[in-house]
Design a protein around this ligand. Structure first.
Ligand SMILES: [Zn+2]
Length: 138
């Protein structure tokens, strides 16, 4: 598979709701949605607050601080385009502002050293032609 084909297959679908998230990443910022009604924050993008169901929300910038909630180390590639990255880590991380998101932990020589609640820091990497949020242990 060529990089162009992989990029097309792996790119998130165009979506007016989540497009601001991806555009902010391209500008070097990780953003999340915050409810103006109850203060709840969340990812991924959706039209209404998952807590109070109000649709009065705004995008906020994340600080980039996060902690590790859960992870798995892939020893077989989920997609052929990832084969040269093995082993790689897919994780649920919790931003300091509250939202949880799925991401990758990078910059770790031995994934066996990862720990629950480990402090993480955002890094935005270019992958298949788009900006992708990933996390590095602090
Ligand atoms: Zn709410």
């Amino acid at each position: 598979m060529t990089d162009d084909n992989a990029a097309a297959a792996l790119r998130p679908p165009e979506d007016p709701l989540s497009d601001p998230f991806w555009k902010s990443l391209a500008d070097g910022r990780l953003t999340f949605q915050k409810c103006k009604h109850c203060g709840n924050s969340w990812l991924p993008a959706r039209g209404e607050c998952p807590k109070c169901l109000q649709s009065d929300w705004a995008w906020e910038n994340a600080s980039g601080d996060a902690k590790l909630i859960s992870w798995i180390v892939y020893h077989r590639a989920f997609h052929p385009a990832f084969a040269d990255r093995l082993p790689y880590t897919v994780a649920v991380v919790e931003l300091a502002e509250g939202p949880r998101m799925t991401s990758n932990i990078v910059g770790v020589a031995d994934p066996e050293t990862l720990k629950v609640d480990q402090r993480l820091r955002l890094t935005i990497e270019q992958d298949f032609g788009m900006a992708v949020p990933r996390f590095i242990p602090v």
